[in-house]
Design a protein around this ligand. Sequence first.
Ligand code: NDP
Length: 257
Amino acid sequence: MAQRLEGKTIVITGASSGIGRSTAKEFAKTSPKNLKLIVTARRIDALKKLAEEIKTEVGEGVKVLPVKLDVSKPDEVRGFVDGLPEEFREIDVLVNNAGLVKGVAQAPDIAPEDIDTMFATNVTGLINMTQEVLKIYKKRPDGGKGDIINIGSIAGHQGYPGGSIYCATKAAVKIFTDALRRELIATRIRVIGVDPGQVETEFSVVRFYGDKAKADAVYANCEPLTPEDIAELIVFAAGRRENVVLAESLIFPNHQA
Ligand code: NDP
């Protein structure tokens, strides 16, 4: 697998914490020679810390570029590739991981700004990033080459009370991923979907606007997955031989309903 990843340039959105952060580390650990990682999110300090940690853990064979990027702002996403140093522009893998849930409430009570934030980040942000990176992929021979890995959720397959808007955003990610894969079927571009169940990250703290006690209560009856569990699957998918696509993978804690 390391051989197949060697020499690749990989972009990860939402790399400042949780699954995105672990995914950056997993790519670096799996392929510590001649790899370029572009780690993006809004919290640039966390990204710089991640870059330092990777350098300490695997050495200079992995070049890490921290880039401040808010995927919910189309103006920041458009021109993202052109704004990169030239040696980082030939992207091979995009991990569309940035996402959030704001609030747990019945549909009529969800604040309009929370609805907008969830769709702008989870859906429009993911689509805009995909379009931006596809411009690079499509320039390559045979209709194009590269990987798009979209992080959806079990919430895109089944709804839960209090999560209607988040579930709707993840259902949009699921069907976008499926349609895009079919659109690009004649190319060498792979479109991969990874849909986790419960994973213990900052996700739940964000969901409850920073209320840690409420966030911890979510995991009271179910031992969640770790972000590393998801990172391993993402790196596995990227490291398959070219003809193999993990089109849609659900990954849960064993006892999650
Ligand atoms: P975290 O809260 O730990 O990570 C979310 C990441 O997204 C952070 O790095 C955050 O960075 C980034 N982010 C949020 N908004 C934006 C934005 N507008 N622009 C750029 N980056 C943004 O949660 P997870 O690691 O759990 O979440 C990662 C993905 O996994 C999400 O798409 C989530 O929906 C999905 N998921 C999570 C599950 C879970 O149980 N944890 C289950 C199923 C799916 P910053 O704040 O610095 O911008």
